[in-house]
Write a protein that binds this ligand. Structure first.
Ligand SMILES: Cc1cc2nc3c(=O)[nH]c(=O)nc-3n(C[C@H](O)[C@H](O)[C@H](O)COP(=O)(O)OP(=O)(O)OC[C@H]3O[C@@H](n4cnc5c(N)ncnc54)[C@H](O)[C@@H]3O)c2cc1C
Ligand code: FES
Ligand code: FES
Length: 472
């Protein structure tokens, strides 16, 4: 049985574990405010809030219900747009009305839920990021953006960590929210299905690619068993592989060691998908343009893999990818932890991504780099590129070439020759091989422009950007 709280009522169901939450909400509970748009996580029309009980407090985030297998909401509080209704309009609904932010209304419930998620979030967030996973076909967005900015102002009046209490006091949430922690405590944890069932984490890849298979399969929900915390032990940062992208990128410990990481979050998927998709899921999906892979390759991540008999082995992430979608991962193995070294003060990090759309799109080419330098001497570089080979690629030869070199335009020019030799892009839907070679050159140079623009001759970098050969 799967048990959870849907708005203000307890739900106990024996529906298939892999059924989408969207279908359950609409077909079984007739809550038609949650809309069916794309069923692929792109439009946000099916957005709901998911509340999880941690240390006696319910923490809410937005998720897309079309990609959420029912089993993932066991023990959670799910809030649809109907569950936000009160006698008067909520401040988010009022802001949408005041700014004429709705026309046909199809997208409106999704936007209302996403903006309520902003108010409930335990972080101050860019209001436009909160609606980064919601699409509207009618309004031209300006009116919705105004409603979002107004919601952002309201958010500033809520003390951090007191979101629910404050919103209840201000009558911005229905009263029943006060009872949710006690109701969630009553739901017993679930025992997992057999180990030969389909393993699913956030579901953002599997529910898109194999929805029909999952609907009719036994499901092993990895989020119940995988660690998702971040700790420092033995001088290393140990990241639970079940952590989602947002919790990783905005984690306070990660922020201490990698202060520039959160600024790259907006380039990766959308708010809802970052709230769901795990780091391990990104790795096992093994897309050559997986953003978290590229980022973690540059951070020299090592994986801790564990099999069913709890036997563990360590493997550098760069050795995990063998060929297109082929991994050094046994059938019974799971990624349990991702381990990275804390970044020292003199190590700089940067991430770049070019895609057809700036936001909510996968990359044509993406790239990350860490540079450890002393004055103008490069001590060590870890450079990763995606979209230029069958795997997310740690650029071992280009990185090695730069070790110990003087940081100069001449060095960068020579490194570009090594880079072009090291990659083998192909023509595909994301661009021609020539285009990808061009992007590889530009992104490599963009890292240095961003990190060392004040130290290097910027004009020299621009020259390389326009004249340096991109032939292999
Ligand atoms: C709308 C949309 C936008 C997206 N945008 C981006 C983007 O901009 N950049 C990007 O990189 N990706 C993007 N993605 C892809 C996706 O979100 C990521 O790949 C995500 O990290 C997958 O994680 P998950 O937990 O949802 O994986 P799931 O779908 O749950 O699982 C994927 C695979 O990983 C396996 N798996 C999961 N955890 C483990 C583990 N610990 N050990 C072993 N196997 C495991 C599962 O069995 C499955 O085979 C997007 C997806 C959608 C739907
Ligand atoms: S239906 Fe489009 S994101 Fe779910
Ligand atoms: S108001 Fe019609 S899709 Fe947004």
């Amino acid at each position: 049985m799967i048990e959870f709280i849907l708005n203000n009522q307890k739900v106990t169901t024996d529906k298939p574990a892999g059924m989408s939450l969207l279908d359950f909400i609409r077909k079984d509970y007739h809550l038609f405010g949650t809309k069916i748009g794309c069923r692929e996580g792109d439009c946000g029309a099916c957005t709901v809030l998911e509340g999880s009980l941690t240390d006696g407090r319910v923490r809410y985030k937005t998720i897309v219900s079309c990609l959420t297998p029912l089993i993932n909401v066991h023990g959670k509080h799910i809030v649809t747009v109907e569950g936000l209704n009160m006698e008067d309009l909520s401040p988010v609904q009022q802001a949408m009305a005041d700014h004429a932010a709705t026309q046909c209304g199809f997208c409106t419930p999704g936007f209302v839920v996403s903006l309520t998620g902003l108010l409930l979030s335990d972080e101050q967030k860019d209001p436009l990021q909160a609606i980064s996973g919601n699409i509207c076909r009618c309004t031209g967005y300006k009116s919705i953006e105004k409603a979002a900015v107004e919601t952002g102002h309201l958010k500033q009046s809520i003390p951090e960590g007191k979101e629910i209490e404050t919103m209840l006091e201000k009558e911005w949430l229905p009263d029943y929210f006060a009872d949710i922690p006690e109701l969630l405590k009553e739901i017993p944890p679930r025992t997992n299905a057999q180990d030969n069932s389909v393993k699913i984490a956030g579901g953002t890849d599997l529910m898109v690619q194999q929805h029909d298979v999952i609907r009719h399969s036994d499901i092993h929900p990895l989020l119940n068993t995988l660690p998702s915390d971040i700790t420092v032990s033995g001088g290393k940062i140990q990241i639970g592989a079940g952590i989602n992208a947002n919790d990783f990128l905005h984690n306070s410990l990660i922020g201490e060691y990698f202060p520039s990481l959160p600024e790259h979050a907006s380039l990766i998927a959308s708010e809802q998908i970052r709230n769901m998709g795990t780091l391990a899921g990104n790795m096992v999906n093994a897309s050559p343009i997986g953003d978290m892979n590229i980022l973690l390759l540059a951070l020299e991540a090592t994986l801790l893999l564990e099999n069913r008999s709890e036997k563990q082995r360590e493997l550098p992430l760069k050795d995990f990818f063998l060929d297109y979608k082929k991994l050094d991962l046994e059938k019974e193995e799971l990624i349990k932890y991702i381990v990275i070294e804390p970044q020292k003060e003199d190590v700089l990090f940067n991430f770049e991504k070019v895609s057809k759309r700036t936001y909510l799109d996968i990359a044509s080419v993406n790239s990350a780099i860490t540079v450890n330098s002393e004055g103008k001497t490069i001590r060590k570089i870890n450079f990763a590129l995606g979209g230029i080979a069958a795997i997310p690629k740690f650029m071992a030869k280009t990185s090695a070439f730069l070790h110990g070199k003087e940081l100069s335009i001449d060095t960068l020019g020579k490194a570009l020759d090594v880079l072009q030799q090291e990659i083998a892009p192909i023509d595909d839907i994301r661009g021609s091989k020539e285009y990808k070679r061009l992007l590889a050159r530009q992104l490599f140079l963009q890292h240095f422009l961003k990190l060392f623009g004040n130290m290097l001759d910027e004009e020299g970098i621009y020259q390389l950007m326009t004249t340096k050969s991109i032939a292999s």
